[in-house]
Design a protein around this ligand. Structure first.
Ligand SMILES: [Zn+2]
Length: 196
């Protein structure tokens, strides 16, 4: 069954045109940009800057913050600098926070259906499983590796999504990061699209 599902899916990765989703993504992004950027903490009754670990404002963190919206933990710059379309960047931003609506998240919201993976049915459908460790996802990633013919390789498929993202982008130049980030998000987006 795995193999049948895999071979059915692996050939259908195509360049997508999906203007409605892009529109929704842009609206959500604009809404998220309005999220307050300064927190008033109850215990200290003091303003802290939530975008740095030490709580103090830096210009760099402010610059990065405006791109990451409500999250400070996602390595946002590599996402927004990627040589990719907005919809792919927005998807990556959600994915790295496990905020795409996989079945585990639906179940957590009270959904009663079978929460096994839509591709393999062998594992609970989490974002990590679906995009990284599922046999179908593995097949897609290895196929892309072959297509790229040594130009790029991928690693860290046993990691959490953010760590996988970092592992794949570390030790690269800014320009290499832009290209590889685009490939990562494009492949992940296509796996997700195939699932839907
Ligand atoms: Zn699976």
């Amino acid at each position: 069954m795995e193999e049948a599902a895999g071979s059915k899916h692996a050939y259908s990765i195509v360049v997508p045109t999906c203007n409605e989703r892009l529109g929704v993504a842009l609206i959500m992004y604009l809404l998220l940009k309005k999220t307050p950027q300064v927190n008033l903490t109850s215990e200290q009754d003091a303003l802290t800057w939530r975008w740095t670990s030490h709580g103090e404002y830096t210009a760099k963190s402010a610059y990065e913050m405006q791109f990451v919206g409500a999250s400070r933990d996602v390595p946002g710059m590599a996402i927004w600098r990627a040589q990719a379309e907005g919809k792919h960047k927005f998807f990556a931003w959600l994915l790295l926070q496990s905020r795409i609506l996989t079945k585990d998240r639906l179940a957590a919201r009270g959904w009663q259906g079978n929460s096994n993976c839509s591709f393999c049915s062998l594992h609970e459908e989490t974002a990590e499983h679906l995009i990284l460790s599922c046999p179908f996802a593995q097949q897609v990633w290895s196929r892309v590796t072959v297509w790229l013919n040594g130009f790029m390789s991928f690693q860290g498929f046993d990691l959490q999504l953010e760590d996988w993202w970092r592992a794949n982008l570390q030790n690269l130049s800014k320009q290499e990061q832009r290209v590889k980030a685009a490939v990562l998000m494009y492949v992940a987006w296509n796996i997700w699209k195939e699932r839907n």
